[in-house]
Design a protein around this ligand. Sequence first.
Ligand SMILES: Nc1ncnc2c1ncn2[C@@H]1O[C@H](COP(=O)(O)OP(=O)(O)O)[C@@H](O)[C@H]1O
Ligand SMILES: [Mg+2]
Length: 275
Amino acid sequence: MTGTPYQDDRGNKDVSITRPRTHPPPDALMESGPVTAAAKQPFLIGDRMTGGYGMGANIIHGCTVAVDQGQIAVIVGPNGAGKSTAMKAVFGMLNLREGAVRLDGEDITLLTPQDRVAKGMAFVPQTSNIFTSLTVEENLEMGAFLRRDDIGGTMAQVYDLFPILKDKRYQAAGELSGGQRQQVAVGRALMTQPKLLMLDEPTAGVSPIVMDELFDRIIEVARTGISILMVEQNARQALHIADKGYVLVQGRNAYTDTGQALLADPEVRRTFLGG
Ligand SMILES: Nc1ncnc2c1ncn2[C@@H]1O[C@H](COP(=O)(O)OP(=O)(O)O)[C@@H](O)[C@H]1O
Ligand SMILES: [Mg+2]
């Protein structure tokens, strides 16, 4: 036992929230012989992305973020470093001047955000990520607006993951606590049955206990095979659960390594983790 359920049970993938998989997970590819180019390709990569807002100056400069299937990648860095901008670039909310975004080997650089949702991407933005005047359940239904099949099973899974949301299903989402609102936002994203869940500061404004809770739930989601790409202010705690960590500074990759390696790196500790 390593003390974290995440690391104790990485092989046990419960696929209940995911769609049927069309490809074997990367591990299976690695074990089956020589490593091919396809096997080394991450599930999602924003590859050397350069771009800014409108006609404005570039905010991100050759920035790369990636995540493998069922893994957790965490982006950290100072305020204004371009973390949210990098997320928007991956989701198609920013025109790239250079670089590409590939999902499962497919170049999706030119797709609209809505087309990316159809491809299995879900994004929970940093702000305005729920409909406050709608009930919890209506928020979840809104998340499934692109689906034409029965959403009852997925809703039950979301309520299993976040039981408090079931208790409050008929309450306006705006009446909930900060942590509960973030659960609504994550739940709404899961209603699309994503393969990749992108979260921009899911623990912003919540207490340390609620933060730990949310991280546990995020680990649970990753265990079902969903890839997580997440921006976090709580860098130390987030890197602890990260398979891969990216430190961004002024729109550029400053450090990239496993979460554990970044936590152990004296330079990263001193500069970004407060010693
Ligand atoms: N919608 C926008 N239009 C123009 N500039 C923006 C916009 N959003 C963010 N920026 C600028 O981009 C830079 C990076 O911001 P952001 O990506 O939000 O950083 P972070 O998420 O790391 O705090 C900042 O200088 C910010 O002022
Ligand atoms: Mg941000």
